[in-house]
Design a protein. Structure first.
Length: 236
């Protein structure tokens, strides 16, 4: 199996604050990984470190075997890594069509599975909003647009940070359905979400962070049957 991301011994600081401690994370092609932990345990910091937004103070990050420890975010993205951040980050002054097309490009090795038409088929609600500005969309529509825009880059890995936060229950169900559809296409995923049950149900393996340390890494099907462990680290 092809290893897409291999992060080893990652330590990350914010100023004098030590956030991540010797974190190891490997993501294989087509694999879906859940990143679990209470708020403030380092999940978003780890994602931002992988994406090049934060430089690790120790450790290495390899993408397909090449060193990207000190790469800039745009260089990481060019390696087929797409990131949907918490808060979505869509362009409020561009309409839906423009938000999608501005990100359009072939993936690694020229792959172009995710076309504009395919994204709209996956997100039919966006078809009805093509001329609406980003700021005119509901929270759920903005999240769909953010995911759709990420797919327009034809990624090998899609990273989702709090994909359903603050959304209505019906929209949350739709987002998880879409995540399932994306998994079926062979795109690897790294998912952070407060609903640990949904994360476990939609991933192959989960990594649990506690105060910046990986304390558990297990198959999701195993972890879901360990309520004592989930209570200890997630407070559920």
């Amino acid at each position: 199996m092809t290893v897409l991301i291999d992060a080893q011994g990652i330590n990350t600081h914010y100023g004098e604050s030590h956030i991540l401690f010797d974190v190891n994370l490997q993501i294989n092609a087509g694999e879906s990984i859940g990143l679990l932990g209470r708020n403030g345990m380092g999940k978003t910091t780890l994602i931002r470190t992988l994406m090049g937004h934060i430089r690790p103070t120790a450790g290495s990050i390899k993408i397909r075997g090449a060193d990207h420890t000190r790469s800039e975010p745009h260089q990481v993205a060019r390696q087929g890594i797409a990131y949907v951040p918490e808060g979505r980050g869509i362009f409020p002054n561009l309409d839906v069509r423009e938000n999608l097309l501005v990100a359009a490009r072939p993936g690694v090795n020229g792959r172009n599975d995710w076309t504009y038409e395919r994204v709209l088929e996956t997100f039919p609600r966006l078809t009805e909003r093509l001329q609406h500005g980003g700021q005119q969309l509901s929270g759920g529509e903005q999240q769909m647009l953010a995911i759709g825009r990420a797919l327009m880059t034809n990624p090998d890995i899609l990273i989702l940070d709090e994909a359903t936060e603050g959304l209505a229950p019906l929209i949350i169900a739709e987002i998880w359905r879409i995540i399932g559809t994306i998994r079926e296409t062979g795109v690897a995923t790294l998912i952070v979400d407060r609903n640990y049950r949904k994360v476990l149900a939609n991933t192959d393996r989960c990594v649990v962070l506690e105060k910046g340390v990986v304390v558990e890494e297990k198959e999701s099907a195993t972890l879901i049957n360990q309520p004592d462990l989930l209570t200890r680290y997630l407070g559920v």
